[in-house]
Design a binder for this molecule. Structure first.
Ligand SMILES: O=P(O)(O)OC[C@H]1O[C@@H](O)[C@H](O)[C@@H]1O
Length: 320
C-alpha cells in the first residue's frame, strides 16, 4: 500500500492535523486490511519547518476535540530522503506543491495537493487548505473540517491503485528526420488508449531537434506528462538535449530489452529513438516496452538519488 507524506509550511498546524486525522480514520477502519497497513505509513513535514518545534496549542486542542491526543509531536523539515521514501507527497497548497516539485523534479508526478487528489476545494473554491497559524481557534476548526472532508477522497485515491488511477500522459516530439516514426508512435499511443500531446514537428521540412526535444523534456520535468518520447535521425541529439533538463532521465533505445531495463533500473522518463535507425514495427515494440514497464525501486532508488544530488549541485553552480 502506498505511503503518504503531508507537507505544509511549518509542520505545526495543517500537516500535523492531516496526519493525525488520517491515522485516526484509518485506524477506525479496523485493524486488518489495507487501511491498517496505510496507518503505519502516514507522516508529515514542513517545507520551512523549524526543526523540533511542537504543534501549536490550537492544533492540539482541535485534535483533542476530535478524539486525537497528540503525543510528542515535533516539527520536521522536509528532507530529500523523506521525498524519496514517500509514495505520495501531499502538499497543503498549490504553491507548496510547485516549490517541492521544483526542488525534486525527479518525483514531480508524485507531488500533489490534498484537495486536487481528493476532488474537493477550499473556501471560495480555492485549491488550498488555508493556514490557520496565528488566527483564532475557529480558523483551526474550519481547517480541520476541510481536512476531514477531504480525507475520504484521498483514501480512495490511494487505494485505487496506480495503474487504474493514472491514464499515463505522454509527451511526444521529433524533428524532420524523426517525423515519420513519430507518426507510428502516435498510432501506438492511440491503440493503447493513452492520452498524449504531440509537441511537433508537423512535417519533414528541416527543423532543429533541440527545439522539440527541449519542449518535451521540460514538460516531463514539470510533471505535466509522466513520460516523453523524442525522435530525431539517430536519437542521439534528442537524448543529449533531453538529458540536459534536470529531472529528466532520457534513454536512447533501439531494441525492447534496453527500453525495459531503462524503466526497471533507471526509471527513465524519456525515451529517445532514431527514425533513421529503426523502422516503425521495432519502434512500436520499443515504445511499448518503455510505456508498460514499472520502475523496480530498491537499490536503484539509491542510485537515482545520487543522480538527483548531482543535478542539485550543478544547479547550485558547483563545479568539479
Ligand atoms: O536532416 P539533417 O539536417 O541532415 O540531419 C539531422 C539529423 O542528424 C542528427 O543531427 C540528428 O539525428 C538529426 O535528426
Amino acid at each position: 500500500m502506498e505511503s503518504v507524506l503531508f507537507v505544509c509550511s511549518g509542520n505545526t498546524c495543517r500537516s500535523v492535523m492531516a496526519e493525525a486525522l488520517l491515522r485516526k480514520r484509518l485506524q477506525e477502519g479496523g485493524p486488518a486490511g489495507p487501511a491498517a497497513d496505510l496507518a503505519a505509513r502516514v507522516a508529515s513535514a514542513g517545507l520551512h519547518a523549524s526543526e523540533g518545534a511542537p504543534a501549536t496549542e490550537p492544533t492540539r486542542q482541535v485534535l483533542r476535540e476530535r478524539g486525537v491526543e497528540l503525543a510528542d509531536q515535533r516539527a520536521r523539515r522536509l528532507r530529500p530522503e523523506m521525498v524519496a521514501q514517500a509514495d505520495w507527497i501531499v502538499a497543503m497548497t498549490a504553491d507548496l506543491r510547485d516549490e517541492i516539485r521544483r526542488r525534486h523534479p525527479e518525483k514531480a508526478d508524485r507531488i500533489v495537493t490534498l484537495l486536487e487528489v481528493a476532488g474537493s476545494a477550499g473556501p471560495g473554491g480555492s485549491p488550498d487548505v488555508p493556514d490557520p497559524y496565528g488566527l483564532p481557534l475557529e480558523h483551526y476548526r474550519q481547517t480541520a473540517d476541510l481536512l476531514e472532508a477531504a480525507l475520504p477522497g484521498l483514501i480512495s485515491f490511494l487505494e485505487r491503485g496506480r495503474k487504474e488511477r493514472v491514464r499515463m500522459q505522454v509527451a511526444v516530439g521529433s524533428d524532420h528526420a524523426g517525423y515519420p516514426l513519430k507518426e507510428a508512435v502516435v498510432g501506438l499511443l492511440k491503440e493503447m488508449g493513452l492520452s498524449y500531446r504531440d509537441f511537433g514537428t508537423t512535417s519533414e521540412a528541416s527543423v532543429d531537434y533541440p527545439d522539440f526535444g527541449r519542449a518535451v523534456a521540460e514538460a516531463v520535468a514539470r510533471g505535466e506528462y509522466e513520460r516523453g518520447i523524442v525522435i530525431c535521425g539517430t536519437g542521439i541529439g534528442m537524448s543529449i538535449v533531453a538529458n540536459k533538463v534536470p529531472g529528466v532521465r532520457a534513454a536512447l533505445c533501439h531494441e525492447p530489452y534496453s527500453a525495459r531495463m531503462s524503466r526497471l533500473h533507471n526509471d527513465a522518463n524519456v525515451l529517445a529513438m532514431g527514425g533513421r535507425i529503426v523502422g516503425p514495427a521495432l519502434a512500436r515494440e520499443v515504445a511499448r516496452a518503455f510505456l508498460e514497464t514499472d520502475f523496480e525501486g530498491g537499490r536503484h532508488q539509491r542510485r537515482l538519488e545520487k543522480i538527483a544530488a548531482l543535478e542539485r549541485e550543478r544547479e547550485g553552480g558547483n563545479r568539479p
